[in-house]
Write a protein of this length. Structure first.
Length: 281
């Protein structure tokens, strides 16, 4: 089908293919002495308060369901505020001391349909505004982690109006802004990092350069893929990089006007390819 290009706002307000997670699941540990309330090497640890304060709950592997009530739930075990409380929907920050990426889910059962947040190996940060006190499961995933291909865009079916991030609803830029916010945990908007505007899709590479956000020539899951050609360009969210060098994307407003699509593509400058990749994390 012919490509549908994207529009954006002006200076003040610019603009399943089966989702294989590449997951390496690790059996959930039983409540045991190894969970001692100290964040040791090889563990993923929740903290009751933001900025890694309060009681600690340490885990050596994945957990699909924390439990909601005592006795029997996984609780905060370390000294400090929150000790003894169930960790489900009570964590505010985390430290990943495993050698793998850990994905924290809003729902139990590693269900990322609503929201999730990734913690790279060694990452020590607060849960984002969606996941803070809304953590229901976590999973160790492979180094080549991918994101589920899904149409979770909150403005699906809308073809006019401005989203909360100052892009036109239904456009590729609006969808990617949502994906960055909901999947990667980056509070992206049209004036991100002090830019007057990120603007049309083809302007994002230059805006990233001015903002100090790295731009690469090859993709990684979680990147924003950019096509520079055409009147407005096009952006998409990279969900997975395949062993043969191709990669998969979630996008809006390409295959059909103002609608979601998922494709497998390759690096290049053709109309159906992408040549630059903005890496926010």
């Amino acid at each position: 089908m012919p490509t549908v290009t994207a529009r954006v706002l002006g200076a003040l307000s610019a603009s399943v293919l089966s989702a294989t997670l590449g997951v390496l699941a690790v059996a959930a540990p039983a409540q045991a002495a190894s969970r001692d309330g100290t964040c040791n090497a090889g563990e993923f640890c929740y903290y009751f308060n933001s900025d890694h304060a309060g009681s600690v709950s340490d885990h050596a592997g994945s957990l699909a369901d924390y439990g909601s009530t005592q006795p029997g739930c996984y609780e905060f075990k370390g000294a400090g505020s929150g000790k003894g409380q169930c960790i489900k929907n009570n964590a505010a920050s985390a430290w990943n001391r495993t050698g793998k990426t850990v994905r924290v889910y809003y729902n139990t059962g590693y269900n990322g349909s609503h929201a999730y947040q990734d913690f790279a190996a060694g990452a020590k940060k607060n849960l984002n505004s969606t996941l803070k006190n809304n953590n229901a499961s976590h999973q160790l995933i492979s180094a080549g982690a991918s994101y589920p291909a899904r149409d979770d865009y909150p403005y699906k079916g809308q073809t006019s109006g401005i989203d909360p991030w100052n892009f036109y609803k239904g456009q590729c830029t609006s969808f990617v802004a949502w994906a960055l916010r909901s999947r990667v945990g980056v509070a992206f908007h049209n004036q991100y990092k002090g830019q007057a505007r990120w603007g049309n899709a083809k302007e994002w590479v230059a805006a990233a350069g001015r903002a100090g956000v790295p731009v690469h020539n090859s993709p990684k899951a979680g990147d924003v893929a950019v096509r520079l050609g055409g009147t407005y360009g096009h952006v998409a969210f990279v969900t997975r990089v395949n062993a043969n060098g191709t990669f998969e994307i979630d996008e809006y407003n390409y295959v059909s006007a103002d609608r979601y699509s998922h494709r497998t593509v390759s690096v290049g400058t053709a109309n159906n390819q992408f040549s630059k990749f903005i890496r926010f994390k």
